[in-house]
Every structure is written in C-alpha cells, then in structure tokens.
Design a protein around this ligand. Sequence first.
Ligand code: HEM
Length: 146
Amino acid sequence: MTADTIAAPRTPAPRRKGVNLEKWGWVYMRASGVLLIVLIFGHLFVNLMLGEGVRGIDFAFVAGKYATPFWQWWDVVMLWLALIHGTNGMRTIVNDYVTHNGTRRVLVWALWLVAAFLILLGTLVVFTFDPCIPPVPGALAGVCAG
Ligand code: HEM
C-alpha cells in the first residue's frame, strides 16, 4: 500500500508498544458523552424548569447554587468533561483536515492551552466565588450581613 492509498475499513492498525492514546481518546468521547447527557440535561432542568424557571435566574440564584458543594462539583465536573470532550473533538477535526504538520501541531497545542486555561479559570471561579464582595445586590443584603 502506498502512502496515498486509503486502507480498507477495519484493517488492523500496526501494533505499537505503550499506551494507545487514540483508543483511550475514543473511549473518553463515548464515556464523557454519556455522563454529559445526565449533567447537561440535569443542569437545564434544574435551572429552567424547576421553581420559577428561567425567570428565577439572577445573581442571587447563582450565589445560592454555589453555596452548596453539590452544585459546585456538578458544575466543575460538567466543565472539565465538556471542555476536554470538546477539545479532543476539535483535535480530531484538526487532525482530519489540516494536512500541514507544523500548522496541525500549532493548532492542537493552541486547543489544549485554551482548554487548560478555561478549566483553571472556571474551577477557580466556582470554588472561590464570593457573592458578598461589595457591591452586594439587594436580594443578598440579609445573607451577607449575617
Ligand atoms: C449531550 C452530551 C454529548 C454527547 C452525548 C456527545 C457525544 C459525542 C460523541 C460520541 C462524539 C464522537 C463522535 C465520533 O467520534 O464520530 C462526539 C464528538 C464531538 N463532540 Fe460531543 N457530545 C456531547 C456534548 C458535547 C459538548 C458539550 C461539546 C462542546 C464542548 C461537544 C463537542 C464535540 C466535538 C467538537 C466532537 C468532534 C466531532 C467530530 O469528530 O466531527 N460535544 N460527541
């Protein structure tokens, strides 16, 4: 087979030593996809359907959710899984379409750097969020005074 011939589907890949990152990336996309269905639709249901629904969302609503470790962890797990899932998906697309080696390496590095930055920033925001830093909105005046 020459370099520009596409192998028949299901042709076994040549065996290589070490961890097969492509295989684990494939497994991760399926496993995180299943978890994301629960996390994303749970998130949408709780925020948009329960209580006052979408009209109930304001700063105090977010402050209330982030006062409980359960929602902090829900959102952080959703953030990590979705960002790694989306970035790995974009890596697949870049690998499929970008033929120039150098450009592909730069783009894939840029993808992971942006993902790492957003994961760090998002995780810090969720765990360090303090609604009582002035100016405190009226709805939280009582909570923050205590
Ligand atoms: C409801 C939750 C989700 C499920 C069940 C899901 C499932 C999947 C699966 C199974 C794949 C692999 C497809 C393949 O290899 O052919 C995939 C690819 C992908 N996903 Fe998700 N996903 C979900 C949410 C997300 C989110 C939130 C993002 C963005 C942050 C995202 C971005 C992507 C991208 C960019 C790809 C690559 C598409 C491609 O290869 O053409 N997905 N998804």
